[in-house]
Design a binder for this molecule. Structure first.
Ligand SMILES: Nc1ncnc2c1ncn2[C@@H]1O[C@H](COP(=O)(O)OP(=O)(O)O)[C@@H](O)[C@H]1O
Ligand SMILES: [Mg+2]
Length: 144
């Protein structure tokens, strides 16, 4: 993913477009994403998470996290911003990926264990195993 912009014609006078993080993307025309790592920095509540969750949705990921093919939902908290984002990809769009959303990773791990081995892209998962059987660190290291 090389850059993200907000679609022409979006009603930018209201939430979530009025959040500072989204407003900066609109004002700059687009947000260029470094091929390595991009860090978003800003005060709490300025819309960093809202923007990242919308990027994930626009890229075809489950809003709560997981791999592209993973579909489950506990409680929808994402905004509608994902529908209004225009993504620009490099020469090749990666065919695999993983949206690691920290605040809902436990939900992904729980749904993954219920779906059996490989659920949620968690290839290391043992079917039926509860997420509590592993520490957060174990889960993150196994995912990496
Ligand atoms: N439906 C809504 N209408 C207006 N503001 C909202 C709504 N839902 C969430 N917000 C606000 O949007 C902001 C979201 O911030 P968030 O993306 O979590 O920021 P960050 O990750 O930078 O801390 C919060 O300030 C929250 O109060
Ligand atoms: Mg946040």
């Amino acid at each position: 993913m090389r850059s993200v912009s907000v679609a022409q014609g979006a009603d930018t006078g209201r939430y979530p477009f009025t959040l500072p993080a989204v407003r900066s993307v609109i004002q700059a025309g687009c947000l260029e994403l470094n091929p390595g790592v991009t860090l978003l920095v800003g005060d709490n509540g300025t819309g960093k998470s809202t923007l990242v969750e919308a990027l994930a949705v626009a890229a075809g990921f489950n809003p709560e996290g997981g791999s592209q093919s993973f579909r489950f939902a506990t409680r929808a908290t994402e905004s509608s911003l994902g529908d209004a984002l225009v993504l620009r990809w490099g020469h090749t769009k990666p065919r695999t990926g993983y949206f690691l959303r920290a605040e809902s990773f436990y939900n992904v791990a729980t749904a993954g264990s219920e779906q059996g081995a490989g659920g949620g892209g968690l290839g290391f998962w043992v079917a039926g195993e509860r997420p509590t059987a592993r520490s957060d660190n174990d889960l993150h290291v196994a995912l990496a």
